[in-house]
Design a protein around this ligand. Structure first.
Ligand code: RP5
Length: 166
């Protein structure tokens, strides 16, 4: 599924984040956007984090979707080390259900922006859709695929029925 020339990097602090972050990967695959997925931990593999961020521009990444739980400094640290836009996904943590992740990602001090999405699967999927919309500004074929995605979504809602009133 991964591309040798990814346009989007999907990174997460642990393989335990995968059930959330695979929602981003599923959207990127559906929209036929070349991506890569990696485990990069801010506190367990800080040197790898620096290396990944420092090489992001040169490798042609156009956005990095970064998911982490707990004291989720991964997106902010990546953003501190690269000019590639970073989209942060708060992963639901065991004790605080991702409130901690959300606040630590969204409350970046002035000067280093991280676009922050909803906690959990919706946030991961929306981060991928947001990255797709950014790339679609200069990629008409991708914009057409994104429009078809929206159309399928509209059609699915319009086809929904409710059970009869008892
Ligand atoms: C963070 O700590 C990860 O992003 C993950 O959400 C959380 C727990 O990691 P594990 O202990 O499951 O590896 O670094």
């Amino acid at each position: 599924m991964e591309s040798t020339n990814p346009r989007i990097g999907v990174v997460m602090g642990s393989s335990s984040d995968w059930p959330t972050m695979e929602m981003a990967v599923a959207i990127l695959a559906e929209l036929d956007i070349p991506f890569e997925a990696r485990v990069v931990s801010a506190h367990r593999t800080p040197d790898l984090l620096f290396e990944y961020a420092e090489q992001a521009v040169g490798r042609g990444l156009q956005a990095i979707i970064a998911g982490a739980g707990g004291a989720a400094h991964l997106p902010g640290m990546l953003a501190a080390k690269t000019l590639v836009p970073v989209l942060g996904v708060p992963v639901a943590s065991r004790h605080l259900k991702g409130q901690d992740s959300l606040l630590s990602i969204v409350q970046m001090p002035k000067g280093i922006p991280v676009a922050t999405f909803a906690i959990g699967e919706a946030g991961a999927a929306n981060a991928a859709l947001f990255a797709a919309a950014m790339l679609a500004n200069t990629d008409p074929a991708l914009r057409a695929r994104l429009e078809r995605f929206r159309q399928r979504q509209r059609d699915a809602v319009l086809a929904q029925d409710l059970p009869p009133v008892p």
